[in-house]
Design a protein around this ligand. Structure first.
Ligand SMILES: *[C@@H]1O[C@H](CO)[C@@H](O)[C@H](O)[C@H]1NC(C)=O
Ligand SMILES: *[C@@H]1O[C@H](CO)[C@@H](O)[C@H](O)[C@H]1NC(C)=O
Ligand SMILES: *[C@@H]1O[C@H](CO)[C@@H](O)[C@H](O)[C@H]1NC(C)=O
Length: 140
């Protein structure tokens, strides 16, 4: 019982360490550190992340109806892009869990998704951001 309590505590601590960025914090990072200088493009990325992960860098999605799962800020799918516990083409050549808590790795993989499919690869963007992404200019 004690071991279970300790494990439960460790899980809580691990969850507590997930970083949840603010909207403006994320906008500044993408603008200054990742070179997203086009404010329209930046607004789309920020809207996308907001609706995919709520800016939580440890976000792991609920199991999708087809048995796949999505990981991290950009909710990268484990069937195509990263390697998890289902057969995957692993296009980003990275373990899905390595995307968690790792903005740089997540951004890099998201760039590949974007290059191949554009923003429409993300339902969060399709349903909430296409043509309606709010400006983040005041964050910069
Ligand atoms: C920013 O990106 C949008 C969408 O791709 C494009 O239409 C627009 O021309 C770009 N703006 C500038 C200033 O480059
Ligand atoms: C499985 O579901 C996810 C999320 O809805 C989707 O992105 C992916 O394309 C689906 N895979 C297949 C093979 O339908
Ligand atoms: C985005 O919205 C525009 C305007 O409503 C629409 O024409 C376009 O097809 C949409 N893009 C996607 C990928 O659905």
């Amino acid at each position: 019982m004690k071991a279970i309590a300790v494990i439960a505590l460790l899980v809580l601590v691990a969850c507590a360490q997930a970083k949840v960025y603010t909207r403006c914090e994320m906008a500044r990072i993408l603008y200054h550190d990742h070179g997203v200088k086009n404010l329209t493009t930046l607004a789309n990325w920020i809207c996308l992340i907001e609706h995919e992960s709520g800016f939580n860098d440890e976000a792991v999605g609920a199991l999708n109806s087809n048995g796949t799962r999505d990981y991290g800020l950009f909710q990268i799918n484990n069937q195509y892009w990263c390697k998890g516990n289902v057969a995957s083409s692993d296009s980003c050549k990275i373990a899905c869990t390595a995307l968690l808590g790792n903005l740089d790795a997540s951004w890099k993989c998201a760039q590949l998704v974007y290059k191949e499919q554009g923003f429409k690869a993300w339902y969060g963007w399709l349903y909430h951001c296409n043509g309606t992404a709010p400006s983040v200019a005041s964050c910069i």
